[in-house]
Write a protein that binds this ligand. Structure first.
Ligand code: FCB
Length: 458
């Protein structure tokens, strides 16, 4: 039993759990689905840990009723999932795939039947492969392709879905996919990266406008990955290095949406984005989101380094610093999420923030049919407490979503890092709720029924 201090209860606080299509659905060619860049990338040799891929993943495409029943059983009121663009538009644009639309219809209806509120992410990294043949995010035409996709999805589901997120972590899919080449589509270099960034930033705003035009009562958000970035020393060079990394990781996509442009003063290499700007783009980059989704897992400590082009900074690994880490090698540090909330609010005066992802991968073992994942329970309760502390101190935080419901395909890391509240045996697809799942369920219940200002004991 841990003493959990939740502060003043807020009956409208959105407790939820997040997933993504490619990481869970499987069924990559079922019922007329087209291939995505992740289907192609993960089936190329040497790209993913142990040669794994998402071809079957959690088989969520067929097993979603069971997974939704688990969400219902745990009393988690909100479920965030993404739409696979190539399931509803196999060619990226043009003729829709009715069977794909029907799948999301069934999924949404099944949520509502169980009193689970659906939250849709429009783009969680799985661009239709056919669009990549034309350059994908590096081609400015992506704005038109994306608009067509968002119009289709928003007009179809607007009668049942109020909560929308345009992009998932644009810095990650542009950085890992178009600069480092370690995620789909495996492209590298500054030219690919800078064009992909600018077009993603334009789509972020355009997608917001499309949803709002079609569905005036929708809550329109988008999500950003973020980490507290601290210098390894107080030397001027390390402090400047930390500012550059902060600009890249935490500021690059939110600032243009707020009308501040790209943070070029902090990270001069971003001046390359200007090459892709057309007249009127400053205006087109802006959109007034109803909520900002922040996704924070860890902290970064960085030092100056001449050997890293553009950034002139390098991470001091958690391993070298001797701090506790997760299976991703990420430092466990709940102060990061607390300070991120404080910093974003101080900088941008946001009206509404939701933590749309937070969670941890630890090694789990099944003993007598149970999984007592002590480290994940600690991680979650410490991070949730840090969030609620920030909320109590005046940050407009209105929700928290755990990453993730079930163990799933963790991109280049394959199935090794397990983040789920629910364990999956990938041979049999059998699900077992972990202790962290029960802890989260208790915590939600206690919080929602807690009288003002009292402690919750779990
Ligand atoms: C985030 C991604 C999500 C998952 C978690 C661990 O960056 O949005 O899909 O992989 O990390």
């Amino acid at each position: 039993m841990t003493e959990f201090t939740a502060g003043e209860s807020d009956p409208n606080f959105k407790w939820g759990v997040s997933t993504a299509a490619y990481q869970t659905e499987g069924a990559i060619l079922t019922d007329g689905k087209g291939l995505s860049i992740w289907d192609e990338f993960s089936n190329r040799p040497g790209k993913i840990y142990n040669g794994q891929n998402g071809n079957q993943a959690c088989d969520f495409y067929h097993r979603y009723p069971e997974d939704l029943t688990i969400i219902q059983q745990l009393g988690i009121p909100n479920f965030r999932f993404s739409i696979a663009w190539s399931r509803v538009l196999p060619q990226g644009v043009g003729a829709p795939n009715q069977a794909g639309i029907d799948f999301y219809d069934r999924l949404i209806d099944s949520c509502l039947e169980r009193s689970i509120e659906p939250w849709i992410t429009l783009y969680h990294w799985d661009l239709p492969a056919i669009l990549q043949q034309q350059g994908g995010w590096t081609n400015r035409d992506v704005i038109g392709w994306f608009t067509e996709y968002v119009e289709l999805v928003a007009s179809h589901f607007k009668d049942r879905v109020e909560n929308w997120m345009v992009l998932n972590e644009p810095i990650v899919f542009t950085g890992a996919g178009y600069f480092l080449g370690i995620h789909a589509p495996g492209k590298r270099g500054m030219k690919n990266f800078s064009s992909a960034v600018h077009h993603a930033a334009l789509c972020q705003a355009e997608g917001g406008r499309v949803i709002r035009d079609l569905h005036s009562s929708a809550q329109v958000g988008t999500t950003f990955s973020c980490s507290l970035v601290e210098p390894a020393s107080s030397s001027r060079r390390d402090v400047r290095a930390a500012q550059r990394v902060d600009a890249l990781l935490n500021r690059m996509f939110i600032e243009p949406s707020l009308g501040r442009g790209y943070p070029i003063d902090q990270l001069p290499a971003l001046a390359r984005l200007e090459k892709h700007m057309k007249s009127g783009d400053e205006e087109l980059l802006k959109f007034d989101f109803d909520f900002i989704g922040l996704q924070c897992y860890t902290r970064e400590v960085v030092r100056h380094s001449w050997s890293m082009p553009y950034l002139f900074a390098r991470q001091v690994s958690p391993h070298k610093r001797g701090v506790p880490t997760t299976l991703m090698g990420w430092e466990v540090c709940e102060d990061s999420i607390y300070h991120i909330l404080k910093n974003f609010h101080r900088r941008y005066h946001l009206k509404n923030i939701i933590i749309t992802e937070n969670g941890a991968a630890f090694a789990d073992s099944v003993r007598c049919g149970e999984i007592n994942d002590y480290e994940r329970q600690q991680y979650l309760s410490n991070h949730i407490q840090a969030c609620l502390r920030a909320k109590q101190e005046g940050i407009p935080l209105s929700g928290y979503f755990v990453w993730t419901l079930t163990d799933n395909f963790e991109w280049a890391e394959g199935y090794r890092p397990t983040f789920g509240l629910v364990h999956i045996n990938f041979q049999t697809q059998k699900r077992i709720i972990k202790q962290s799942g029960y802890l989260y369920a208790d915590l939600i219940q206690q919080y929602l029924k807690q009288p003002k200002g009292q402690n919750v004991n779990i």
